[in-house]
Design a protein around this ligand. Structure first.
Ligand code: ADP
Ligand code: ASP
Ligand code: MG
Length: 421
């Protein structure tokens, strides 16, 4: 007997037929004698709708009330799935974040999990009940409902798996695993049978929304065996989990040494929600960078890529950096507030850019990857606006219009296309 956590995302619970389909997946595991904790998202599109209601109600919403509203989508699906399970003779009950309780910090709308008290839920599982948990939500120190940031149900699932000491945490979604890049952009993308925690972490944080970044981080630190698989597979024809077989369906996120054949580049991600800020003709002298980035840090604005040109005249230079699109107007205001000391000629903000990244632990031991990348891009006439690197990734900033071309070009270049095997 295994203890499994099964998480179903928005498209997997989009309507009653899909919820019944989820119930069939759960019943398969329950009938095989496994203990099952299920984590559900809100129905597809529901959270967006709730967010827009909040924004209609207030121009500067109180984040505690935002959480009260947007967490409700998960409450609905947890109750509906529990009912569908009961209807097919599987004893089940719903759990809201506060009932578990899944405790978070007080950062409403983007809270971090601090503790999951699994004892009460474990007792219910031991009595043969399936636990159906509303993902995305918890309880803050002020006793109010909190939410974990968009895509946060993945993180709920991993945290619950860690708290219960689950054998496996299966993330069921609308694709059948993690691909070399978003399969909706590149039809030739290939499904990875295994991917390392580190690579998955980079892929998620650089834009591959198949898993929320924090869920991967948590799985890595808590050693949770995490798999991504499809909820659209026929529940009746899929085998129940068998831990002894040591095989998995979909993609297993695991430690690097479990992966035998390692590519140089394993995946390509892109992120559209970036914005670029340029200070034109700013003084080229010590202390200027500190005067720009110090206040931004104080304002809690994360800066990602930074480029400063070598000044032609020794007096002024252009300074460009990127921030999250949502932070652009705040970043411009912070820089503008120091205009008199910075003495730049012009301040420009742009959102028509995209960050494209190549990721692979194989890059640690391979030289020349960056050279190949820039050569291929230049042959397609794609101009690189900024670059940032780490040991296992290279990110470039380009015009948004070139996003698909860049992703496809790099996908072929690094031998990731399905037909290149
Ligand atoms: P859910 O609602 O189940 O949480 P998401 O929409 O959050 O699902 O994540 C699944 C989506 O992630 C897929 O439909 C796919 O378009 C996208 N995606 C982006 N990058 C990748 C990738 N490398 N592999 C698989 N899917 C990806
Ligand atoms: N429903 C939430 C969202 O859309 C959480 C999730 O689906 O993971 O962001
Ligand atoms: Mg998701």
């Amino acid at each position: 007997m295994a203890l499994v956590v099964m998480k179903f995302g928005g498209t997997s619970v989009a309507d009653m037929d899909r919820i019944r389909n989820v119930a069939a997946h759960v019943k398969r595991e329950y009938d095989a004698g496994n203990q099952v904790a299920v984590v559900v998202s809100a129905m597809a599109g529901r959270t967006n709708e709730l967010v827009s209601f909040v924004n209609e109600a207030s121009s500067a919403p109180d984040q505690r009330e935002y959480d009260c509203v947007v967490s409700s989508g998960e409450q609905v699906t947890s109750g509906l799935l529990a009912l569908c399970l009961q209807d097919c003779a599987v004893p089940a009950r719903s759990w809201q974040g506060w009932q578990i309780p899944l405790k978070t910090d007080g950062a409403h709308a983007k809270a971090r999990i601090v503790d999951v008290c699994g004892a009460q839920m474990k007792a219910s599982l031991d009595q043969g009940e399936v636990a159906v948990i509303a993902g995305f939500q918890g309880i803050a120190p002020d006793g109010r409902i909190s939410t974990l940031g968009r895509g946060g149900s993945d993180t709920s699932a991993v945290a619950i798996a860690a708290a219960l000491g689950a054998d496996l945490c299966d993330i069921y979604t609308d694709v059948d695993g993690v691909y070399t890049t978003d399969p909706r952009i590149v039809p030739k993308a290939r499904r990875l049978s295994k991917v390392s925690y580190e690579e998955m972490l980079e892929m998620a944080s650089l834009g591959a929304k198949v898993l929320q970044t924090r869920s991967v981080e948590l799985a890595m630190t808590k050693n949770v065996r995490l798999a991504v698989r499809s909820s659209f597979d026929d529940p009746a024809s899929m085998p129940a989990i068998n831990l002894k077989q040591n095989s998995h369906i979909g993609t297993l996120v695991c430690s690097e040494d479990e992966i035998v054949e390692q590519q140089v580049v394993s995946g390509i991600a892109y992120a559209k929600d970036e914005a670029k800020v340029t200070l034109v003709a700013v003084a080229d002298q010590p202390g200027v960078a500190a005067m720009v980035f110090g206040p931004l840090a104080q304002a809690n604005i994360n800066v990602d890529m930074i480029v400063q040109n070598v000044s032609a005249d020794g007096a002024t230079t252009d300074l460009t950096f990127t921030v999250a699109e949502a932070d652009l107007s705040a970043a411009l205001k912070v820089v503008e507030a120091n205009k008199t000391t910075l003495q730049y000629k012009d301040l420009q903000g742009a959102t028509d850019i995209v960050k494209v990244s190549i990721i692979g632990v194989g890059m640690r031991s391979h030289a020349g990857v960056a050279g190949d990348m820039f050569e291929a891009l230049s042959q397609k006439g794609i101009n690189v606006l900024a670059i940032s690197t780490s040991e296992i990734k290279i990110s470039i900033l380009i015009d948004a219009a070139y996003q698909e071309l860049a992703v496809r070009t790099l996908h072929s270049l690094f031998g990731l296309d399905q037909d290149s095997e």
